[in-house]
Design a protein around this ligand. Structure first.
Ligand code: NDP
Length: 396
C-alpha cells in the first residue's frame, strides 16, 4: 500500500529534493498535499506532475483566476489559500507522513499541528524546535507522533545512535559533534567580511540550498540553530554538543560514546540521502545520490570554529543556556537581519549585532505555549527591525 505524504514548502530546495526521491518510489508514496507561499506557477507545475489532493498557497488570499488556472490544468487538486490551510493539510487524518520544509518561523504552527495529530514528522524546519522545543517535544510524546530529523547533521546523529536503546543510548553518549563546512568565508580575511554581498554569502562551497539557510551557513547561525535543535532531539545539554569544522562536508556528524568509540555517518553532500533515510526508515531506499568515492576525495580535515569569525555560534549557545523565549528571540532577530542583508540594506557583519541587540533588550520570558512563543517572536522582530533601521540610518 502507498503512504500519503504532505509536503510543506514543496517549491523550496528541500521540497524539490523530497519530490525527486518520492518520484523514484511510486509504489511506496503518493503525494497528498503540496504547499508553497506565493510561488503559484511553480506549485501548479508540481500539481500537474504529482496530482496531489490539495495544494496550498499560504501567502495569497482567495484568487478565483488562480483557481481557474489550476482547474484548467486538468489536475484534480483542490486549491486552498492562506496560512490556516497549512495547519489543515498538516493535520489531515487521511495522510500519515508530513515533510516540514517551510523556511523560518512560519513553519512552526503547521509542523506543530502535524505533531499534535500524531503524524510521522520528517523535520527539516529546524526553527520549530529552536522556537518551541519543550512543548513541541511534549506534543510529539503525547500524540504518539514520530520525529525523524532531515537536517543532515541530526539525521547523521540519529543514524549513529543505537535505535533500540532509548534513554540508555543517551546515557551512553559522551558528546555529539556536529560538523560544519565553515561556509564560503571560512578563510576569507576578517576585515573583508563587512563588504561581502548576498550572492557571495549564498555561494555555499558544498551544498545547494535556499538563500536564507545559505546565509545562515556563512555566519554559522545555521550551526547554532542546529545545536539548539540537537539539544531537543537528543536530550543532551549544550556542553555535550560540540561543533567541528569539516570543510569537505563528507562526515555529517559524529557521536562519541562513554567507552571512547566514535561513530560517524559519511556520504556525499546531497540532501536526498537524509530525506530517503527518513522516508524509508527503518528500511533503506534508493535516493538517487552519487556513491561516495573516498579515494577521489583523498583527505578529510577538521578544525575548531573561530569565535571571532563566527560570533553567531556563540550567540546561539548563549540563547540555549538562557532558555525560555531566548532561542525564539535569537531566531526572529536572525530572520530579520538576514532578510535585510539579502535585500542589500544591511552589512553582513551587522547580522550578529542585530541579534545581540535583540537578545540584550529582551530578557528571557516564559515560552511554554504557541501563543507565548509567537508573542516573543513578534516582539523580537520589532526590536530587531528598529535596530536594523538605526544601523541603516547611521550608515547613510
Ligand atoms: P527554500 O527557501 O528553498 O524554500 C522554502 C519553502 O517554504 C518554499 O516552498 C516557500 O514557498 C515556503 N515558504 C517561504 N516562506 C513561507 C511562509 N512565510 N509561509 C509558508 N511557506 C513559506 O528553503 P529550504 O528548502 O532551503 O529550507 C527549508 C527548511 O529546511 C528550512 O527550515 C531550512 O533551515 C531547512 N533545511 C534546509 C536544508 C537545505 O539543504 N536546503 C538542509 C537542512 C535543513 P515559495 O516558493 O512560495 O516562497
Amino acid at each position: 500500500m502507498t503512504q500519503g505524504l504532505t509536503l510543506l514548502g514543496a517549491t523550496g530546495s528541500i521540497g524539490t529534493s523530497t519530490l525527486d526521491v518520492v518520484a523514484r518510489h511510486p509504489d511506496r508514496y503518493r503525494v497528498f498535499a503540496l504547499t508553497a507561499h506565493r510561488a503559484a506557477e511553480a506549485l501548479l507545475a508540481l500539481c500537474v506532475r504529482h496530482a496531489p489532493r490539495y495544494a496550498v498557497l499560504s501567502g495569497l488570499a482567495e484568487d478565483p483566476e488562480l483557481r481557474r488556472r489550476f482547474a484548467a490544468a486538468g489536475c484534480a487538486t483542490e486549491l486552498l489559500f492562506g496560512a490556516r490551510a497549512l495547519e489543515q493539510v498538516a493535520a489531515d487524518p487521511e495522510c500519515g507522513v508530513l515533510m516540514a520544509a517551510i523556511v523560518g518561523a512560519a513553519g512552526l504552527a503547521p509542523t506543530l499541528a502535524g505533531a499534535r495529530a500524531g503524524k510521522r514528522v520528517l523535520l527539516a524546519n529546524k526553527e520549530a524546535l529552536v522556537m518551541a522545543g519543550p512543548f513541541f517535544m511534549r506534543a510529539v510524546r503525547e500524540s504518539g507522533a514520530s520525529l525523524l530529523p532531515i537536517d543532515s547533521e541530526h539525521n547523521a546523529v540519529f543514524q549513529c545512535l543505537p535505535q533500540a536503546a532509548g534513554a540508555a543510548s543517551v546515557r551512553a553518549v559522551r558528546r555529539i559533534l556536529l560538523t560544519a563546512s565553515g561556509g564560503p568565508f571560512r578563510s576569507a580575511p576578517l576585515d573583508a567580511l563587512s563588504r561581502v554581498t548576498p550572492d557571495e554569502a549564498c555561494a555555499h562551497p558544498n551544498w545547494a540550498m535556499g538563500r536564507k539557510i545559505s546565509v545562515d551557513s556563512a555566519t554559522m547561525m545555521n550551526k547554532g540553530l542546529e545545536v539548539i535543535e540537537a539539544h531537543w532531539l537528543f536530550d543532551l545539554p549544550a556542553d555535550r554538543i560540540e561543533v567541528l569544522i569539516h570543510s569537505q562536508s563528507i562526515i555529517h556528524s559524529l557521536v562519541e560514546f562513554v567507552d571512547g568509540s566514535v561513530i560517524a555517518q559519511l556520504s556525499n553532500p546531497d540532501m536526498r540521502i537524509p530525506i530517503a533515510h527518513a522516508l524509508g526508515f527503518p528500511e533503506r531506499i534508493e535516493s538517487g545520490a552519487t556513491p561516495l568515492d573516498l579515494a577521489a576525495i583523498g583527505q578529510l580535515s577538521f578544525e575548531q570554529p573561530d569565535a571571532r569569525r563566527f560570533p553567531c555560534l556563540g550567540l546561539a549557545y548563549a540563547a540555549l543556556r538562557e532558555g525560555g523565549s531566548a532561542p525564539a528571540v535569537l531566531n526572529a532577530a536572525n530572520e530579520v537581519a538576514v532578510a535585510a542583508f539579502l535585500e542589500g540594506k544591511l552589512r553582513y557583519t551587522a547580522i550578529p549585532q542585530v541579534i545581540e541587540h535583540a537578545l540584550g533588550r529582551m530578557p528571557a520570558a516564559r515560552a511554554d505555549s504557541l501563543e507565548t512563543v509567537l508573542d516573543a517572536d513578534r516582539a523580537a522582530r520589532r526590536t530587531a527591525a528598529d535596530c536594523v533601521a538605526g544601523l541603516i540610518g547611521r550608515a547613510a
